[in-house]
Design a protein around this ligand. Sequence first.
Ligand code: PLP
Length: 366
Amino acid sequence: MKWKKQLLSLKAYQPGRTINEVKKQYGLEEIVKLASNENPFGCSPKAAEVIRNFSNSYALYPDGYAAELREALSVSLQVRQEQLIFGDGSDELIQIISRALLHPGNNTVMATGTFSQYKHNAIIEGSEIREVPLIDGAHDLNSMLDAIDDNTVIVWLCSPNNPTGVYINNQAITDFLSKVPKDVLVVLDEAYKEYVHAEDYYDALALVKEHKNLIVLRTFSKIYGLASLRVGYGIADETIVKVLDPARPPFNVNALGQAAAIAAVHDQEFVKHCREANINGLQQFYRFCEEQNLSYFPSQGNFILIDFNCDGNEVFQFLMEKGYIVRSGVPLGFPTYIRVTVGSKEQNAGVISKMEEFLAAKAALS
Ligand SMILES: Cc1ncc(COP(=O)(O)O)c(C=O)c1O
């Protein structure tokens, strides 16, 4: 068959291990999954109620325009309805954007040490990938600007960045956007935006008003706790949405996801509660790292990347055997680190005590 040859060397996305797999393999009763930056508190009770009572016919297609969700978000974000595009998770929006713009002969600029799907999709589309290493976990925006040339079509920014948790501040992004050529699309992935507590964080919606080459991606998978229902959205000038929308599959966001997301938008108290719990959770990890002299990136997300100064796979394996699934830094480009999702207070204390055991066992051997 005449496949795109780049597909033949690609691996499918490697998700974290599932709870059932790990239970079975290690004979464990309780597993805590802190690997995929999901919300340890689940979703809003209001969204949960909508899901419990959902009674639409499963034989009918969902609303392909997501009209009610569109309206709810346009009110809460104060943007025009035509400025919104919906995806089967923000993953699908990354795919749609890539499909719309990337092809052999052009190029796309991104950080290395960032969310894997920008590169993955660019490989499939056959575009040249220009990767710019992070500096101290942060996007090196000046070098990213230098990497742009006449053939550049997309620049990907992730803020807070997965896996480092480091954000781009208002001054830095404002300068950057003023220098990017107007015919280059800037994708600003804000999957973790609702967790941010830094005071000099920018207002992405104000930036969208000002820059007609910017699209902001957000998701219901993280703080809204609806990852399994797969709802993501993009916010941009309507000229961008108009071109992208035909590249979107017709019924891409399922009906249950749309209904739950509407209820979730209306429960900002839940979002606030999760943000505050996450800030406290981060402090638990910071204390641990400082006591143990481990370096880490201060995070604005719901995860933390910690340097154990040894093979990240070894730490991952040790913790998994004790019932905690985290993410090894090895496939993320940080081979001596692990990335841990911030859980509930108890879950954090639990994984921290196992990390202490790991360090003690390591010290005893040396
Ligand atoms: C930075 C970033 N962007 C996008 C996604 C995809 O999220 P979803 O497709 O669930 O909306 C993730 C998921 O982990 C992420 O970390």
